[in-house]
Design a protein around this ligand. Structure first.
Ligand code: GLN
Length: 260
């Protein structure tokens, strides 16, 4: 009798511990068990990610990820990482996700899991105000171009025949190089170029030609983290539905969000 009781108790204990495992979200990712979500970004990409005058991270991405964190009951802890170090940091498990104006590309999809798109973007060429020679990407053959390391802008610039591409860590550095005549043009994301010209260089720089590509930004996570991705997508959809997404959009872009 006593033996039976013991076996029963042991089985109950085993069952409970198994249930505990199933409940835990940590099957694939250690830090998922904690309340804190480590989110990497490169704060050199205003108005999406930048350091404000108080030395705090600010921008559209930062507000959006905090709103998502609130929805899914997780505390957001931002980490400052070089843009080309973000995907390796996710793969190594040093961070849980990245929100960094990162374009969803087929190549990146092999290394990380993207959320649903949260912003429609594209690339644009910028030159000095007094440059009348370069009027579009077609005039960049054989020219010197500045772009950010590891970005879709740098990848497009490298496809231009005979062009020399100089890559910099931060978007403002590409404009510095343009100002100092180190390069003939900058290729970068349209909303970031627009914002930079408006806030820093309205007299010095201008955008030329058509928007080069249609790109969507996504939040990137570990390929194994499908549960977290589902939570993020659900939160994103709710924020869009409730109008919170629109509020954040209007705060940073001064106009109504085109996505409904
Ligand atoms: N959208 C571009 C990319 O994903 C640039 C992103 C960035 O520099 N933060 O490559």
């Amino acid at each position: 009798m006593a033996k039976k009781w013991l076996v029963g108790t042991l089985m109950a204990i085993m069952l409970f511990s198994l249930m505990g495992c199933g409940d835990s979200k940590a099957v694939n990712n250690k830090s998922e068990t904690k309340k804190v979500l480590k989110v990497g970004t490169n704060p050199n990409f205003a108005p999406f990610d930048f350091m404000d005058s108080d030395g705090k991270m600010a921008g559209f991405d930062i507000d959006l990820i905090h709103a998502i964190g609130k929805k899914i009951g997780r505390e957001i802890q931002m980490e400052n990482i070089a843009f080309d170090g973000l995907i390796p940091a996710i793969q190594a498990g040093n961070i849980d996700m990245t929100i960094a104006g990162m374009t969803i590309t087929e190549a990146r999809k092999k290394s990380v899991l993207f959320s649903d798109p949260y912003y429609q973007s594209g690339l644009i060429v910028a030159v000095k105000m007094d440059n009348s020679q370069i009027q579009s990407i077609h005039d960049l053959t054989g020219k010197k171009i500045a772009a950010q390391i590891g970005t879709t802008g740098a990848m497009s610039a490298r496809k231009i025949e005979g062009a020399t591409v100089r890559e910099f860590n931060a978007s403002p550095e590409t404009f510095m190089e343009l100002k100092n005549n180190g390069v003939d043009a900058v290729v970068n994301d349209l909303p970031v170029v627009q914002y930079f010209i408006k806030t820093n260089g309205a007299k010095d720089f201008k955008m030329v030609g058509e928007v080069l590509s249609a790109e969507s930004y996504g939040i990137a996570m570990n390929l194994k983290n499908t549960e977290l991705a589902a939570e993020v997508n659900r939160a994103l959809a709710e924020l869009k539905k409730s109008g919170e997404y629109d509020k954040i959009y209007e705060k940073w872009f001064g106009q109504k969000s085109p996505q409904k």
